[in-house]
Design a protein around this ligand. Structure first.
Ligand code: SF4
Ligand code: SF4
Length: 223
């Protein structure tokens, strides 16, 4: 039977069995990472999409054998850390996504590896705090407090503290918190009825994201 190429139609997404304890055990991801990395090394089509692929290909090219087996397993995490789960490789580039029998799902493999890293205590305080956007975003929109927080965040002592505790370079650009959150400022959408059907004029849900809500509401308001 001929193998069907993926990407000729909407890919089949196999859900992650995230409730199964086996999903976050240490042993399984390494072999799946190796399998996926090996296919990607032979393909290299996604090299320009993000930092994950160049990191992988550099590790392979600079390794002992020039193949994936020459890459130290501990260096796999360098690739995993570079993936920000945008799904671009899966949705737009990869010819080996299901229904192709190779079943390449790079983002899901990275997501699972990240879950394993988190479960095994591999994520430090700084990363946890920085990703808790609802925690540090809660000052946004509070009069006086938000101005004070923005001013303090730009001071040299605070930047030095952030660098030592959160690993945020003291010279890196830091977004300010918004004086009014997007969710407070966005006008209510017109009340369109939701209808099923091929040419439905029904609603779509657009996710503002925490960054637009807490830091850049203007982008959301002009969309
Ligand atoms: S899902 Fe990850 S690996 Fe794929 S393009 Fe996005 S960042 Fe890169
Ligand atoms: S994700 Fe698919 S298209 Fe991208 S490098 Fe890997 S095998 Fe190639």
């Amino acid at each position: 039977m001929a193998v069907r190429e993926g990407s000729l139609e909407a890919p089949t997404r196999h859900p992650i069995d995230w409730k199964s304890p086996g999903t976050t055990t240490k042993a399984r991801p390494s072999s799946e990472l190796e399998r996926i990395f090996d296919i990607c090394h032979g393909c290299r089509r996604c090299v320009a999409l993000c930092g994950a692929f160049p990191t992988l290909f550099d590790l392979v090219d600079e390794g002992k054998s020039g193949e994936v087996d020459g890459v130290e397993k501990k260096d796999y995490w360098k690739v995993v850390d570079q993936c920000y789960l945008c799904d671009l490789c899966y949705m737009t580039k990869c010819p080996y996504v299901p229904p192709h029998e190779w079943n390449v799902d790079f983002p899901h493999t990275m997501l699972r590896a990240k879950a394993i890293k988190f479960k095994n205590g591999g994520v430090d305080f700084g990363s946890k705090f920085l990703s808790s956007t609802d925690v540090h975003g809660k000052f946004a929109g509070i009069p006086i407090v938000v101005q004070a927080a923005n001013a303090v965040n730009q001071t040299r002592p605070m930047r030095a503290l952030m660098e030592s505790t959160l690993h945020v370079d003291r010279n890196a650009w830091l977004p300010s918190l918004a004086t009014r959150k997007f969710r407070s400022a966005a006008p209510k959408a017109a009340d369109l009825p939701v209808k099923n059907g091929e040419r439905t004029p029904g609603k779509v849900a657009i996710y503002a994201t925490c960054y637009i809500n807490y830091n850049e509401p203007g982008i959301g308001l002009t969309c």
